[in-house]
Design a protein around this ligand. Structure first.
Ligand SMILES: Cc1cc2nc3c(=O)[nH]c(=O)nc-3n(C[C@H](O)[C@H](O)[C@H](O)COP(=O)(O)O)c2cc1C
Length: 185
């Protein structure tokens, strides 16, 4: 059983990415425990606060540090990833030498109502995670197209084929965290 920290950088109540993250948590409950990282209370990064970190930052860093892996379920904003996520990445990287990202096993997923949604955002995210020294499961890539019938009434993923695809993604993440080579082409 691996411990996953889940980051959903959408603060809105009806976020489709939060719904997706919750569906993934239900789908992967036999392989993982899931803890959602609290992003709402994080202030904007301010280097002046680095030596007396705000409580919300301490809590976020603790959750990430204690996790075997981090699952990022992100919207795309203007062909990049949301500032809320960059803010969390920046806080988690400081103070210098005391960051939580280096060596952390990460995977990302994103959903958008736009056809190529989240591909660019995830690609940009990979470059930042690379700089931070995070380990990244880059394959399989998951960019999901949201349609109003994507979720069933109970919040699960409505289509069996998509559900199976996402279950295989979670299984690949669990195997990779356990040390197996990632899948790819
Ligand atoms: C500021 C902003 C920028 C957006 N830019 C993009 C974009 O670049 N690509 C895209 O596919 N969707 C974009 N969208 C639409 C989002 O994919 C859509 O609002 C989605 O529901 C946001 O995710 P959430 O429901 O998890 O909050 C944008 C939305 C907002 C609010």
């Amino acid at each position: 059983m691996h411990k996953l920290a889940v980051i959903v950088p959408s603060l809105r109540k009806n976020s489709i990415n939060r719904k997706l993250a919750e569906a993934l948590a239900a789908l992967g409950r036999e392989q993982f425990s899931f803890e959602f990282v609290k992003l709402e209370a994080l202030p904007f990064f301010n280097e002046d606060l680095e030596n007396d970190l705000p409580a919300a930052v301490v809590e976020m860093k603790k959750t990430v540090a204690a996790a075997d892996g981090v699952l990022i379920v992100t919207p795309e904003y203007n062909r990049s990833f949301p500032a809320v996520l960059k803010n969390a990445l920046d806080w988690g990287s400081r103070p210098y030498g005391k960051g939580v990202w280096a060596g952390k096993r990460t995977a990302s997923v994103g959903m958008s109502p736009g056809a190529v949604g989240t591909a660019v955002c995830q690609s940009q995210l990979r470059s930042v995670l690379g700089f931070l020294g995070a380990a990244q499961m880059t394959s399989p890539e998951i960019c999901l197209l949201y349609t109003p019938d994507f979720f069933a009434a109970d919040g699960s993923i409505a289509t069996e084929r998509t559900r199976a695809f996402l279950a295989s993604f979670l299984a690949a993440f669990a195997a990779w965290i356990a040390g197996k080579a990632p899948s790819g082409r």
